[in-house]
Design a protein around this ligand. Structure first.
Ligand code: ASP
Length: 325
């Protein structure tokens, strides 16, 4: 009798080892952030600036990770990490956004949840202090996915978000970059920020925020606010945030293509990212990179430029910060 009882007790244990091991180990959490890809050469970045950049990336990734560790949803971690990078003049998002041809700033941002595929985005906004907060509000509190220009600003105001003059985003460094771009009579790129996160419930999220490209004209909108191009998240495959020459990322639907290769071809995120960034985008002339995360907590950060500002914390708690290859 006793033996039978023991067997009855043990049966579910042998039948459901997966359940046991899940209960025994904490669900993986992970996060990665980027601060843009481009032609950053070691000799161009002085050590002090390099340290400021890596410290800010670390601060962003740690802030997101702390939220994940406390059980917050991935979308909160992504928002928190991006808000920190938007507030820093070191990156092309929020303060420090690049200048348009006309000498102002037009900001783009988007966010997406992997469980529900809910998404929100804003494009060409000039007075919203935190475009990623606005994207989040579009996702959470509007029936739409993408709002643009004055309408997006009116919506943000109605949501109680901070509104600032366009000059809030000014920095002398970016103004110099505009002068250089104008001298060459062409738009320049790079410096966008983004984040991907995996929360303890196994949900992915991705977000991206940018000033776009220096010297952009005519209401140009890049890939960053476009779901599928610059941002994508689906629990069935992966979460991606992109940075680079937006026109190529739009035409090659980069973020969604990487996730599709994972979903349909069964590729690892590493292989899928490599194919799209190095084998598809680069030969086509598209420069940039992506951060990718899957529900197992695997992280991949491929880029085909000289460097990409990036940082990550994997499920083991291992920290990584990098700029160059
Ligand atoms: N992808 C952004 C855009 O084209 C720029 C960047 O990532 O640096 O607007």
């Amino acid at each position: 009798m006793k033996r039978r009882l023991l067997a009855a007790l043990l049966l579910p244990v042998t039948l459901f080892p997966a359940v046991l091991s899940l209960a025994g180990t904490a669900a993986p959490i992970a996060i990665a952030v980027h601060g843009g890809a481009g032609t950053m050469r070691r000799e161009q970045l002085d050590e002090a600036l390099e340290q400021r950049i890596t410290a800010k990336l670390r601060e962003a990734v740690e802030a997101g990770h702390a939220l994940l560790a406390a059980g917050a949803p991935a979308v909160d971690a992504v928002t928190a990490a991006i808000v920190i990078l938007e507030a820093s003049p070191l990156f092309n998002a929020g303060v420090g956004a690049v200048y348009t041809w006309d000498g102002g700033h037009e900001l783009d941002a988007s966010i997406m949840e992997g469980r529900t595929r809910a998404a929100g985005a804003v494009a060409g906004v000039r007075t919203i202090k935190s475009p990623i907060h606005a994207a989040r509000a579009v996702m959470d509190h509007s029936p739409h996915v993408l709002l643009s220009g004055a309408g997006a600003e009116a919506f943000a105001q109605s949501q109680g978000l901070d509104i600032v003059p366009n000059s809030h985003f000014d920095t002398p460094e970016r103004f110099e970059a505009l002068k250089r771009a104008k001298a060459r009579a062409e738009a320049d790129k790079h410096g966008t920020v983004g984040a991907v996160a995996l929360d303890a419930r196994g949900n992915l999220a991705a977000g991206t925020s940018t000033g776009g490209m220096t010297g952009k004209r005519w209401g140009r909108v890049g890939d960053s606010p476009l779901i599928g191009a610059g941002t994508f998240a689906d629990n069935a495959s992966c979460a991606v945030s992109a940075t680079g020459h937006g026109e190529y990322f739009i035409r090659y639907n980069v973020a969604a293509d990487i996730c599709a290769r994972v979903a349909y071809k069964g590729l690892s995120i590493e292989a899928a990212g490599h194919q799209v960034i190095h084998q598809t985008l680069l030969p086509a002339g598209g420069t940039g990179g992506v951060i990718i995360l899957d529900t197992a907590g695997n992280i991949s950060m491929p880029f085909n430029t000289e460097g990409m500002y990036r940082a990550a914390i994997d499920p083991d708690g291992t920290r990584y910060v990098g700029i160059y290859r």
